[in-house]
Design a protein around this ligand. Sequence first.
Ligand SMILES: Nc1ncnc2c1ncn2[C@@H]1O[C@H](COP(=O)(O)OP(=O)(O)OP(=O)(O)O)[C@@H](O)[C@H]1O
Ligand SMILES: [Mg+2]
Length: 342
Amino acid sequence: MSSIALNGVAKSWGDSTALHAVDLQIQSGSFCVLLGPSGCGKSTTLRIIAGLETASAGQVLIDGRDVTDLPPAQRGIAMVFQNYALFPHLSVADNIGFGLSVRKVPAAESARRLREAAELLGLSALLDRKPGQLSGGQQQRVALGRALVAQAKVCLMDEPLSNLDAQLRQDMRRELRELQQKLGLTVVYVTHDQTEAMSMADQVVLLHQGRVEQAGTPRTLYAQPATTFAARFIGTPPMNLVALEADGCIAGSEAASGVRAAMLGVRPEAITLDAQGIPAVVRSVEYLGADLVLRCAVGRETLLVRAAGQHQAAPGDAVGLRWSPDEAHGFDAAGRRTETAH
Ligand SMILES: Nc1ncnc2c1ncn2[C@@H]1O[C@H](COP(=O)(O)OP(=O)(O)OP(=O)(O)O)[C@@H](O)[C@H]1O
Ligand SMILES: [Mg+2]
């Protein structure tokens, strides 16, 4: 058991407020991703869970125990940061075992934990190397190894893959997720990359200006964005958000959108091209191999449409657009999802 709860956690420095009363429940053994744009408070939240930063208000509970006033070392957590913080002059083995020697774990026990962690992480053959002789991904695994031998059940990671190239990032995402599941770790993982969040998380916590915008499974955030901010932040290309007339037609047109709200949200991949659909004119075309993204004008609005890559289209083409009523999301003027949209 190693659940985490934040109750009304706030953080201010002078008169600048980084977090406003954040409430959060993180289940034991789950992978929770803190997601959001730069400056939204992700690292601050993580550092407060770690005890590296003191909350201005609220409580942090780990396993139901109030740790708000405990120092980091007494919280039973391990941390992996963006720059790994490996010691360049120490071997891989000494880097992994560093915390154990500091904590005076008996030698035989240290050696056993080190062997097991190295095996699990595929580092057994590299134990004598120095960090400078490792690839970025291997260095990342050493940093993880340090967290594993500490036998912490909670692992906090702040953008741990951001130094890696795209291919390695993808491999490491998968490895990290598998490892987390195998070991039953509770992971809190910070990223500003929505693809990373969607592909790894059990729970995504989307932060915006120091508040929780929406928390839920990746599928919930994708299928039922609570706000226009969440709608735009998740999915590529992002959800179309278009202004509606009072009668539900797309602004400047006679095309019924399927919702009665201030704004319609519809994902580019939810729109199909259909000659019988809403009349539109193609403005531009972006070829992405598997997909073709069309920018289509309807009335005063523009919608992105994701079609199959082999589809042929050119600027100026007249097309028809169609989407099913369940794919039409309504938002009010303040950008909140309207539940009685249809
Ligand atoms: N020590 C500090 N003193 C004053 N303000 C701070 C301090 N640390 C962070 N902040 C402010 O708090 C806000 C949240 O910062 P935080 O580091 O949590 O953002 P973040 O979501 O991790 O962003 P990024 O993706 O850029 O790392 C920012 O406006 C930042 O300027
Ligand atoms: Mg940060």
